[in-house]
Each structure stands twice: as structure tokens, then as C-alpha cells.
Design a protein around this ligand. Sequence first.
Ligand code: AMP
Ligand code: FES
Ligand code: ZN
Ligand code: ZN
Length: 301
Amino acid sequence: MKCRVCRGPAVIDLKRHNANFCHEHFVAHCEEQVRRAIHHFSMLAPGERVLVAVSGGKDSLAAWDILTRLGYPAEGLYLGLGIDAYSDDSLAAARAYAEPRGLTLHVVDLAETHGFTVPGAAAVTRRSPCGACGLAKRHEFNRVARDLGFAVVATGHNLDDEAAVLLGNTLRWETDYLARQHPALPAGRGFARKIKPLYRLGEREMAAYCVLEKIDYQVDECPMAAGNRHLGYKETLNELERRSPGSKAAFLFGFLDRMLPLLDPAAHAEAADVHPCTECGEPTTGDVCAFCRLRERAATA
Ligand code: AMP
Ligand code: FES
Ligand code: ZN
Ligand code: ZN
């Protein structure tokens, strides 16, 4: 197996690209995919400060690493969700990445700051923990970005994540969600810009990147997410990919190129009639935002 670029010994084969790469040229490939993502969707201005939401997993740590390599001053934000040992280990991984590299990691703990945890909120609402978790993440990423003066928040969503979400939204023709499945959601009133610089790179690529670059990451999946629909979609897509390499990327990139432009941008929640939440000041369409309503229920439980 020889590297496509230098013909030296390859360390990874990428069927989708019909290519093998050595360590050096694989890293260059990852950088190039992120550069292309940023360019294609005008995610960042040259040298723009960016807040990277880091979970301690491979994707967000790789996103932080690659953005830094590409010269963007990137700081990390870890949100403590209170999922026992899983959260403790995730924070430890994020710290172990940031400290030796002299990078700034901001840590916000849901319990300390807002008096509730994701498992606690799931118990009172009797809904899936992932719903409460997603709500808390969206709210806190945006609030912290504003407090720290960042115009843009990056997440580690990769090609596999995006294709799985796309499959779920397409199966139900969730047109509002589809319209917002944009790799670079522009800023709206009170909303920071949100970017997904890894959308062109798959899960396997990100794991290989971290191993090769000696980035230790939280390997475990969130225990609360086990068996959820999203994981089922990923498995289904992996099966399709196995039979026909490249189908995942064709599905996602075809959507981004050909369907997304047809969806009405007014369907973006960010474009709706929003004003500051009377409790926390974050943008909402009601009086009190969904996060504050959840916090009240969870805290009085
Ligand atoms: P997930 O929703 O767990 O698939 O995570 C998607 C992205 O959200 C990750 O790649 C991170 O960028 C971000 N993220 C997830 N969990 C956290 C967390 N606890 N703190 C900060 N960012 C997170
Ligand atoms: Fe959100 Fe597990 S990380 S429910
Ligand atoms: Zn090479
Ligand atoms: Zn609020």
C-alpha cells in the first residue's frame, strides 16, 4: 500500500477517495478537506477567532487541532453535562489536549451554573436525554460565545454525523430541519454563526487523525445515547457504504449542493421573529426560552 502523493508506505486507505496516504500526507489531506469546507461555505474570515465546542471526543479535538494548524486563533469550550464518569473523563481528555499545547479551554458546568444536569432534566421531562442535552448545548454554546466575544462557534460534526442526521430528516421530510442542516449557519439576531468544518471528513478519518497525531480522546460513547435512532441511521449508512463506497458522501454532498439551495432560507429558526428571553437574554420566539423553562422544571424537581 503506497501513499498517493509520495509513494512511501501508506498508513491508511480511503476507499471513498480511492487513495492511500502516509502519515504526513494524510494529515495534509485532512487539512485540505477543512480548508475546502471553510472556503466553500465562507465559514471563517482569514485569522478569525473561533470558539470550538469540545466534547473530549475525537472529532471536536481534531477540529480544534486542524483549525489551529490552519492559523485560526481557536479556543475551546467544554460543557459539563453531569453524566457521571463519562463527563469527568471527557473533561479530562479536553484538558489533557489543551494544557500541554498552551491552548485556552473554557469550562462551563451545567450543574454549577444552572443547577441541573442532563440526566436530571431527562428524568423530569420524561423525554430522551438527548433532547435536553441538545437544548442545553445550543443555549450554552451561544451564550458563552456572546459572553466571550466570539462571533462564531465550531462543532466537530463529521460526515457520518451529518449524513445520519440527513437520513433521519429525509425519512420524515422534516423540511424545517433540513433547511437548517447547513455546514455554516449564518449569524442571526442574537445568534452566533455556527460552523461544521469537519463535514467533509468521516468518523474513521478523524479517529485515524487523532491516533496518528497522538491526541488522546474520550473513546466511550455517551451512555445516555445508547440505542438511539441516530446510531441506527449510522449503522444503516455504514452498510450502504460497505456495499458501495462513496455513497455516504454522495448523499450528503448532493444534498448540500443541490437540495439545500432550494429550501427556503426563511425556514431558518434564526430568521424567525426572535427577541431576548426575559430570563436569560438569549434569543427566543416566546417570552421565556426553552432552556430557561427546562431549567425551572429541572431545578424544582
Ligand atoms: P454530539 O451531539 O455529542 O454528537 O456532539 C456534536 C458536537 O457537539 C461535538 O463534535 C462537539 O463539537 C460538541 N459537543 C458535544 N458535547 C459537548 C460538550 N459536553 N461540551 C462542548 N461541546 C460538546
Ligand atoms: Fe447528550 Fe449524551 S451527550 S445525551
Ligand atoms: Zn506520502
Ligand atoms: Zn432563557
